[in-house]
Design a protein around this ligand. Structure first.
Ligand code: 5GP
Ligand code: MG
Length: 181
């Protein structure tokens, strides 16, 4: 694995790849073969790219759209208020929508996105997240498909950032020093 002195790996590149292959089969079985993927930027771009390729391998046709929601600003704790920075650009009405996000923590982001997409007339909405931190929910929401459940540590890599750094890492890890940022 390509290392980074400031980040201790928690989930390896290979673990991610293997899990996504299985996840795609779970999604194909649970959400059908024709899906409108709504990827929440920026954190889920890498997960989404790998997931839709695995969905293709699992016989699922996808369309893709992106939304940017923010709750964190530049810090590492949620402010609790969600803002739409970039809205949907595709018509989701009547479609099976899969919201894809990087991590489910308080649940506010997913709850907000799910309601927004339902409000646009989606036939059904399911949620896939790469990571879940249990016990931190502030609103009642669940993900239908979860890559990995992790302990309560701030993680970066594989699309997830700290102040917009570390997104390029091919693994998920914990920052031990912020020298590089
Ligand atoms: P929630 O709205 O569920 O509290 O938070 C979800 C969002 O918070 C995620 O989409 C992600 O952007 C951010 N977030 C939560 N935990 C972490 C973390 O450990 N690392 C990073 N980089 N972002 C996180
Ligand atoms: Mg996010």
């Amino acid at each position: 694995m390509t290392g980074n002195n400031n980040v201790v790996p928690l989930i390896t590149e290979q673990q991610i790849r293997e899990r996504i292959t299985v996840l795609a089969k779970e999604i194909a079985a649970g959400a059908g073969k024709d899906i409108m993927v709504v990827s929440l930027l920026k954190g889920s771009f890498m997960f989404t790219a790998d997931l839709i390729r695995s969905l293709h391998g699992a016989g699922v046709k996808t369309q893709v759209d992106f939304m940017t929601l923010s709750s964190y600003g530049k810090g590492t704790t949620s402010s609790g208020t969600i803002t739409v920075n970039r809205d949907l650009s595709e018509d989701v009405s009547g479609k099976m929508v899969l919201i894809v996000d990087d991590i489910l923590e308080s649940g506010r982001t997913i709850d907000f996105a799910r309601k927004l997409v339902m409000g646009c007339g989606a036939k059904d909405v399911k949620v896939a997240v790469l990571l879940e931190k249990p016990g931190k929910l502030a609103v009642e929401v669940t993900a239908d498909f979860i890559g990995f459940t992790i302990e309560d540590k701030f993680v970066v890599g594989y699309g997830l950032d700290y102040a917009n750094h570390y997104r390029e890492l091919p693994f998920v890890g914990v920052v031990v020093s912020s020298d590089a940022a």
